[in-house]
Design a protein. Structure first.
Lengths: 393, 394
C-alpha cells in the first residue's frame, strides 16, 4: 500500500466528517448556495483590514533587495522586535526578539513546540471539548493526549486536571477563546491552574502551558483577556493571524516563550531547529514583514459580536440549551437528543449544516461556526425552531 | 529537562561544528566587513524573482479579490493545480490532471508530508551519498530509516550498490538531481538502469517508489535536459520548489507531482491531505500559490549561473584541484587537497577569508562544497584566493 498504516487509520476515523461535508455539498448543488445555511467551517468571510491590504501592496512593490530570500529560521529580527514590543506593552515583562519565533500559522507553531518538548510516551493534557487537530499534533511527535473534561460551562475543571497529571505529563494545551465552545478562561481559573502546576514544580516536575491564542483578539462584552505570562512562568503562547487579520490561507503566526522561563534559550534553540527539520524552514517572508506592523489591529470585532448576539438569541429562542460564548466565532449548544450525529443529520434535512460534538470529543453537542454573512444567520431562525420542534415530538 | 532527549540528541549530532563555522563566518563579516569575506557557504541565491512576477503580484493585490487570503482546499487552489498539470502534461507527455498536483510549503514541506503519508516505522529510504543532510531528518521525523549508498567517483548513481542496499523494508529511493552538493545531473542511462532494477524487484513482489527532489530542475547547463523520470519509471513522486527557479525561497512555495501511473493515487492524496493538516502546514501560502501557477515556464537566468560555474570550475582545475564538472544546480564539490577537509576548510577561512562547507556535512569527508549563487563580483574577487590555495597544496 502506498500510504502508511497510521495515516490509513487516521483517514478512517475522519471519514464520516468527510461524508457529512460531501452531503452538504450535494445539498448546495441541489437547492442553491443561498438556501443552505452552512455553519460548518471556521473559514471566516471577513477580509483583512484595508490598511493591511495597502501595506501589503507597498511591501510587494518596494525595491527592498532580497525580500523573498531565506532569512534566519526564527524570522526577521526587526519583525520579532516589533512583536516583542507589543508583548512588553501587554504584560510589562521583558520580552526581546529572542522570545519570538515566526511560524507557519499557529498549527505550525504548535507542531514546532511539541517537537521540541516531547519524548515518546510523554503526556499532554487537553481540556475537552477540544480542537481535534491537537490530537494529530501531539501524536506526530510520539506524545500521548490525555483528555480532561471541562465543567458544564466549559471552564477548566482544576480537580480533574489534577487527577490527570502523572509523572509523564509534559504539557497542557489551553485554547481560549475556545474552539468549539467560544468560552474565555478567566484569570481566576488560570491562577488556580498555575498554582496546581507550581505544586508539581516544587516536587521537581516541570509542566509547560501551551496556550493556543488564535482567537485572542476576538473577544466580546469588553472583557479583558487574561495574559498568561505574569501568571505562570513556564508559559508558551501560540499566535495566529488567520482570524484577527483574516489571513488564514497565508499561514502566518508566531511562538512566544516566556522571558521568566528558566533555560528558555534551550527551548527556543530547539524550536528553531524543529522549525527547520519539520520542513517549515521559516514563516512566509512577505507575510512576516506585514504582520509585524499590525499587532494591535484586528478585523471588525463588533461585527462578530452582533452575529454572536443574533445566533445566541436564535438558539435560546428555539429552546436550545447553550452557554453564551465570550469570544471566537463558535457556539456549542447541547443536542436535544443524545445522538449528536443523528441530530446534525436532522439539521441537514432542514438545510442547516453544523458539526456534531463528537468531532470535538464531546458527543451530545454540536458546533455552529457563525463567521458567515449576517443574512445567513438571520434567515436560519425558523429552521432551528422547526428542527427542535420535530426532534422533541 | 526542558528539551526532549530525542531533540537534544538531534541537535548534538549536527549542530556542533556547522553552526560554529557559520557563526565564525558571521563574526568575520562583522569585524572585517562584508566585502572582505567570500561567503560560498549558503544556498541562498543572490538573485531577485523575475520582474514580471512582481508585477503579477501587484496586479493580484490591487484587484483585491474577496477571499484571496482565505483557506482553500488543503491540496491548493484547483485552478493553480490545473495550470501546473497542464504544464507537466506538455513537458512530460503524461496525462497529468489537477488531482496529481499537491501544493506544498516549499520542497522541504512537500517531502515531509509525503514521508508522513508513506512511511511505517522502520521503513527504509535509500539515499545516494553525498546527500543534502536534511533528508536524514525528514526521514527520521516519521520513524523511517535512511540507508546511505555511495555514488560513483563522478557522483553518478551506483546501481549495484543500490541493489545491495534493497531489502524487504525498502519503501523508496530518494534522488536529488541536479544534486546538492555535487551539481551532478543523473544520466538517462543510469535512471533507466535504476528503473530496470526496481521493476525486477517488483516481480519479486517488492514495490519501491522513486521520490525525486527536483528543486534545481531548471538550473541545468550545456543544453543538457533533465531525463524524464516519469517516463522512465511508473511509481514516481516528484517534489518541486520555487525557491531556486523563481528565487522565492523565503515564501515557501512548491508542489508534489504524483505520476499518473500510480494507481493508488486517491489513497495517496487522502494521506497527503491528512498529513498537511496534521503537521500544521494546512496549505501552501495562498498568494504565492497563485503567483507560482502563472510562472511555470519561467526561470531565473541560467546563463548567468553557467558563467559563474565556468569561471570557478576553470580556476579550480587550473589551480590543481580535482573536481567533477557539475551539470546543474549552483554547487561545486571538489576534493579537499588534504584528507581532513575540516582542517582545510578552517585554514581557507582563516587565510583567505573564503567560506565553504566541509564534505562531512553532506556525508562525504574529504571534499568541500562551494555554493556559487553569489554575485559575479564576489566570485571574481575570490579567484586569487583559490589560486593561492592551489599553489599551497599542489
Amino acid at each position: 500500500m502506498v500510504i502508511s498504516n497510521k495515516i490509513s487509520e487516521s483517514m478512517k476515523s475522519s471519514s464520516w466528517i468527510r461524508a457529512m461535508f460531501e452531503e452538504g455539498e450535494k445539498l448546495k448543488k441541489q437547492y442553491g448556495q443561498d438556501q443552505i445555511f452552512d455553519f460548518t467551517l471556521g473559514n471566516p468571510i471577513a477580509e483583512p483590514p484595508d490598511e493591511l491590504k495597502r501595506e501589503l501592496i507597498k511591501i510587494v512593490s518596494s525595491d527592498i533587495k532580497g525580500k523573498h530570500r531565506y532569512m534566519t529560521n526564527s524570522g526577521y529580527e526587526d519583525v520579532r522586535e516589533e512583536i516583542a514590543a507589543f508583548h512588553r506593552e501587554l504584560s510589562g515583562l521583558a520580552f526581546t526578539k529572542n522570545n519570538i519565533i515566526m511560524t507557519v500559522g499557529s498549527a505550525g507553531g504548535i507542531n514546532v513546540i511539541l517537537k521540541a518538548l516531547l519524548d515518546p510516551g510523554d503526556e499532554v493534557i487537553v481540556p475537552c471539548p477540544f480542537f481535534v487537530e491537537f490530537m494529530f499534533y501531539i501524536e506526530n511527535h510520539g506524545g500521548v493526549m490525555k483528555l480532561v473534561d471541562t465543567k458544564d460551562d466549559f471552564h477548566l475543571d482544576i480537580e480533574k486536571i489534577k487527577g490527570a497529571i502523572t509523572e509523564k505529563t509534559k504539557a497542557i494545551i489551553v485554547n481560549s477563546p475556545n474552539n468549539p465552545t467560544g468560552v474565555v478562561y478567566n484569570e481566576e481559573e488560570l491562577k488556580e491552574l498555575a498554582a496546581l502546576l507550581n505544586m508539581r514544580k516544587k516536587k521537581g516536575q516541570r509542566i509547560f502551558v501551551i496556550s493556543d491564542e488564535a482567537y485572542r483578539k476576538i473577544i466580546y462584552d469588553n472583557i479583558r483577556f487574561p495574559d498568561l505570562f505574569p501568571l505562570y512562568e513556564d508559559t508558551i503562547t501560540i499566535t495566529s493571524h488567520s482570524k484577527d487579520l483574516a489571513l488564514p490561507g497565508e499561514r502566518i503566526g508566531y511562538i512566544t516563550v516566556s522571558p521568566l522561563m528558566k533555560n528558555a534559550d534551550k527551548l527556543i534553540d530547539a524550536a528553531i531547529f524543529a522549525n527547520r527539520i519539520l520542513g517549515f524552514i521559516n514563516a512566509p517572508a512577505i507575510m512576516q514583514r506585514l504582520v509585524g506592523k499590525f499587532q494591535k489591529n484586528s478585523v471588525d470585532i463588533a461585527d462578530y459580536q452582533k452575529k454572536r448576539d443574533v445566533i445566541y438569541d436564535i438558539l435560546v429562542d428555539a429552546g436550545f440549551e447553550v452557554v453564551k460564548p465570550e469570544g471566537a466565532f463558535y457556539i456549542f449548544p447541547k443536542s436535544p437528543i443524545k445522538d449528536d450525529i443523528k441530530f446534525v443529520r436532522n439539521l441537514q434535512k432542514h438545510h442547516v449544516l453544523g458539526v456534531p460534538g463528537i468531532g470535538f470529543g464531546k458527543p451530545g453537542y454540536f458546533r455552529i461556526a457563525y463567521c458567515v454573512e449576517m443574512d445567513i444567520i438571520e434567515r436560519s431562525r425558523p429552521f432551528f425552531k422547526e428542527v427542535l420542534g420535530r426532534t422533541k415530538h | 529537562m526542558i528539551v526532549s532527549s530525542k531533540m537534544r540528541r538531534l541537535i548534538r549530532n549536527q549542530e556542533g561544528w556547522t553552526r560554529k563555522m557559520f557563526e565564525e563566518g558571521m563574526q568575520m563579516k562583522k569585524t572585517l566587513g562584508d566585502d572582505k569575506v567570500y561567503d560560498f557557504s549558503l544556498g541562498n541565491p543572490d538573485v531577485e524573482p523575475p520582474q514580471a512576477l512582481k508585477s503579477a503580484l501587484i496586479d493580484m493585490l490591487m484587484q483585491t479579490t474577496p477571499g484571496m487570503h482565505k483557506y482553500m482546499e488543503n491540496s491548493g487552489y484547483q485552478s493553480v493545480r490545473e495550470g501546473i498539470a497542464e504544464y507537466l502534461k506538455t513537458h512530460y507527455g503524461l496525462p497529468f490532471t489537477s488531482k496529481h498536483i499537491f501544493m506544498s510549503v516549499g520542497c522541504a514541506g512537500g517531502i515531509n508530508i509525503l514521508f508522513k503519508s508513506m512511511l511505517n516505522k522502520g521503513d527504509e529510504i535509500i539515499v545516494p551519498n553525498p546527500f543534502f543532510w536534511e533528508f536524514k531528518n525528514y526521514i527520521e521525523n516519521f520513524g523511517g530509516i535512511m540507508k546511505l549508498v555511495d555514488t560513483k567517483e563522478d557522483f553518478q548513481l551506483d546501481i549495484e550498490k543500490i541493489e545491495g542496499a534493497i531489502n524487504d523494508k525498502t519503501k523508496a529511493i530518494l534522488i536529488n538531481s541536479p544534486n546538492n552538493p555535487t551539481g551532478a545531473v543523473y544520466s538517462e542511462e543510469s535512471l533507466k538502469e535504476l528503473a530496470k532494477l526496481l521493476y525486477r524487484k517488483r516481480e519479486e513482489g517488492k514495490e519501491i517508489y522513486i521520490v525525486a527532489d527536483e528543486a534545481y530542475k531548471k538550473i541545468i547547463y550545456d543544453d543538457a535536459v533533465l531525463p524524464n523520470i516519469f517516463e522512465i519509471y511508473d511509481l514516481v513522486v516528484s517534489i518541486t520548489s520555487h525557491s531556486k527557479d523563481l528565487a522565492l525561497p523565503g515564501e515557501r512555495i512548491g508542489y508534489i507531482a504524483i505520476s499518473p501511473n500510480i494507481k493508488e493515487i486517491d489513497l495517496l492524496v487522502s494521506g497527503l491531505i491528512i498529513s498537511i493538516r496534521a503537521l500544521g502546514f494546512v496549505n501552501a501560502p495562498a498568494l504565492f500559490q497563485r503567483a507560482a501557477g502563472m510562472f511555470q515556464e519561467n526561470s531565473v537566468d541560467v546563463l548567468e549561473y553557467k558563467k559563474k560555474r565556468d569561471i570557478l570550475y576553470n580556476t579550480l582545475i587550473e589551480s590543481g584541484f580535482e573536481c567533477v564538472k557539475p551539470g546543474g544546480a549552483f554547487y561545486l564539490f571538489p576534493k579537499s587537497p588534504i584528507k581532513d577537509e575540516l582542517a582545510f576548510v578552517k585554514r581557507v577561512q582563516r587565510e583567505e577569508r573564503i567560506l565553504v562547507v566541509p564534505g562531512r556535512g553532506f556525508g562525504r569527508s574529504g571534499y568541500f562544497r562551494i555554493a556559487y549563487c553569489v554575485t559575479m563580483e564576489k566570485i571574481m574577487n575570490a579567484l586569487d584566493g583559490f589560486r593561492r590555495i592551489g599553489k599551497r597544496y599542489y
